[in-house]
Design a protein. Structure first.
Length: 163
């Protein structure tokens, strides 16, 4: 079993008893993988993207326990420390851990996206959230126009939501 599969197992343990959360990160991971592959990311970029997509919402559980809510900003605040622990225990390289933690700490911040991994994570998370939250076509179109930048993410969004 590779590190990515072990990380998925650890996140399933983390979110045990919460099928929605497990389903969510699995879907975000798969869309990230698809978009990253279509966009031609390198092996190292894919390793970071896939790890970040698996742990991107790790801060939700701790935010709920600590604050009684899990806003995007609280997730960004609480998630990186927990993500770092998992990644270190699995032997991810320090530079990859730092980038994954940065992505976890910013995945709800859309005004200064600084890399293909970051852009793809945001797009994959939106593809899943727009569906899970049953957003109307007008809301989907607005997100499409304001958030999506990769050709692959745009194409998936158009196919999935018929825009």
């Amino acid at each position: 079993m590779d590190k990515k599969d072990k990380l998925i197992g650890l996140m399933m343990d983390h979110d045990a008893g919460d099928p929605w959360m497990i389903q969510h990160f699995i879907k975000v991971h798969e869309f990230s993988r698809i978009i990253g592959t279509m966009e031609g990311l390198s092996h190292d970029e894919m390793e970071i993207l896939e790890a970040a997509s698996i742990v991107h919402d790790i801060g939700i559980k701790v935010s709920r326990e600590k604050y009684g809510e899990s806003t995007g900003k609280l997730q960004e605040k609480e998630g990186p420390e927990h993500a770092r622990t998992l990644l270190e225990n699995l032997g991810y390289p320090e530079d990859a851990i730092n980038r994954v933690c940065y992505l976890v700490a910013h995945h709800h911040t859309y005004d200064d996206i600084d890399g293909r991994d970051y852009q793809i994570l945001v797009e994959a998370d939106f593809l899943v959230n727009l569906y899970e939250k049953s957003k109307e076509k007008g809301a989907v179109k607005k997100v499409y126009e304001e958030i999506f930048r990769t050709d692959s993410g745009k194409g998936l969004c158009r196919k999935i939501f018929g825009i």
